[in-house]
Design a protein. Sequence first.
Lengths: 119, 112
Amino acid sequence: GAVVSQHPSWVICKSGTSVKIECRSLDFQATTMFWYRQFPKQSLMLMATSNEGSKATYEQGVEKDKFLINHASLTLSTLTVTSAHPEDSSFYICSARDPARQGGGQPQHFGDGTRLSIL
Amino acid sequence: GDSVTQMEGPVTLSEEAFLTINCTYTATGYPSLFWYVQYPGEGLQLLLKATKADDKGSNKGFEATYRKETTSFHLEKGSVQVSDSAVYFCALKDNQGGKLIFGQGTELSVKP
């Protein structure tokens, strides 16, 4: 089945550091990828929709200068948390949609998530 | 806007008990409905889906029926196992933008 790989799975870094998270679709080309943020024991909140070859679409309240998204190829999207602070600590999950499977029932395939801890 | 509401957890059951996790939704149009499962420390996995009214999604003994009249998509399993312990998310996807909207998740704990 479709596989989405997310890397790294866990990162700890100092406040002020920028952190890049990669999301790859391994066996399909994804023109659209999604980035979510999940706080402990809470649901996933969509941060942005990443479109290959164009600018990402950010949800209301998400700082685009803080969370930089690049979708330079059909198999890779990256999320960079710039100048990270402790309040950015969270679980970040990406997903990708396989355009070869059309229709409303087309599921998103999720990566395993990245746990980001800012000290 | 569109929204999904799930029953609050945690839900604690004994092995082989019957499971129901309620999910209701609010949406314009005719969304597709999904159940995702998240095991500890992992991302989400699609459990089952339904794309139109009266469709029944099923997988691994779980099933859910798309009820348009009650705007519900309750998850059921006849006999749960310890390995079913996880967080379950109900979600809808509108057929225009393709965004997934998640419920708050329901934690299931199955005891031996």
